[in-house]
Design a protein. Structure first.
Ligand SMILES: NC(=O)c1ccc[n+]([C@@H]2O[C@H](COP(=O)([O-])OP(=O)(O)OC[C@H]3O[C@@H](n4cnc5c(N)ncnc54)[C@H](OP(=O)(O)O)[C@@H]3O)[C@@H](O)[C@H]2O)c1
Length: 268
């Protein structure tokens, strides 16, 4: 086998990033684009998506980030976004399932509707997008799916039962797709971010007792930054990860590895 010299080169690849206008999704889109991919970002707020695409293009040598309205809970919207990705990017090779919501509520008060909606966005939404993308990936004999899990896929985070259940299911979905579709050249992996301050959790983390307690058991003694998730996405999408399939990579400053820490939580 020839030695691969451009291990992290994504030039010529097309990527769809759900939830790509804000937070972690935006950082992953920026990372993929910086490594040469053409990227379509999508979420429900169409204007925000277009604005994010414009801003992301300002940071790279030539415009290759585009925006589309996308609701991952709606089959037609997902099909349309995958079609748009294929048309505008020239090909679709990478799917990043990053759309997400949060609901903090005692489990005793959680309604089935709330639970099902959480599942619909994170788990069924990821499956919906994966299926739509794989209908192109399978005939072309290649493709890469990156699901976004969470440290809540592994440990509890108090009063986020619906989120934890949905994110745990993302791990199982990742393994199943990895197992079923690798024979078609389609790899499926996941990233499990630790605590990154974004619109999803700013109110819960910044200046709160919850935030302080999280930092106390994070060896890195700080929250992560969205940009710190991008390298893992670039890696998983790239030739460097050609034999990586069915894995979940945790990017959390050591949170999950920690029993107790002698780090001192820094000021945030
Ligand atoms: N921040 C963390 O500490 C952390 C840790 C672990 C995992 N995660 C995961 O990382 C992902 C990104 O979250 P974030 O922290 O970056 O929060 P964020 O900035 O709020 O991003 C979530 C994105 O998902 C989009 N979205 C929500 N519902 C959608 C739907 N039905 N269809 C399409 N897009 C939808 C939102 O855009 P619209 O409102 O425009 O639709 C938003 O851009 C989520 O899956 C989250 O669970 C985050």
């Amino acid at each position: 086998m020839p030695i691969q010299t451009a291990l992290f080169d994504l030039a010529g690849k097309g990527a769809l990033v759900t939830g790509g206008a804000t937070g972690i999704g935006r950082a992953l889109a920026a990372g993929l684009a910086a490594h040469g991919a053409r990227v379509l970002i999508g979420s429900r707020r169409a204007e925000l998506v277009e604005q994010a695409a414009t801003e992301l293009n300002a940071d790279i040598d030539e415009p290759r980030v585009f925006g589309t309205r996308l609701d991952v809970t709606d089959n037609d919207s997902v099909e349309a976004a995958v079609h748009t990705a294929t048309e505008r990017l020239g090909s679709l090779d990478i799917l990043v399932n990053c759309a997400g919501i949060q609901l903090r509520k005692p489990a005793i008060d959680l309604t089935p509707e709330e639970f099902n909606h959480m599942y619909d966005v994170h788990t069924t939404g990821s499956l919906r997008c994966a299926q739509a993308a794989a209908r192109g990936f399978i005939p072309q004999g290649s493709g890469c799916i990156i699901n976004i899990a969470s440290v809540c896929s592994f440990v509890d985070n108090i009063e986020v039962a619906a989120y934890a259940a949905a994110k745990s299911a993302v791990l199982g979905l990742t393994r199943s797709l990895a197992n079923e579709w690798i024979k078609h050249g389609v790899r499926t992996n996941a990233i499990a971010p630790g605590f990154v301050v974004t619109d999803l959790n700013r109110q819960a983390l910044v200046g709160t007792d919850r935030g302080r307690r999280i930092l106390e058991r994070t060896p890195a003694a700080r929250f992560g930054q969205a940009a710190e998730m991008a390298g893992t996405a670039v890696y998983l999408a790239s030739p460097a990860a050609a034999f990586v399939n069915g894995q979940t990579i945790v990017v959390d400053g050591g949170f999950l590895a920690c029993g107790f820490t002698d780090s001192v939580a820094g000021e945030q």
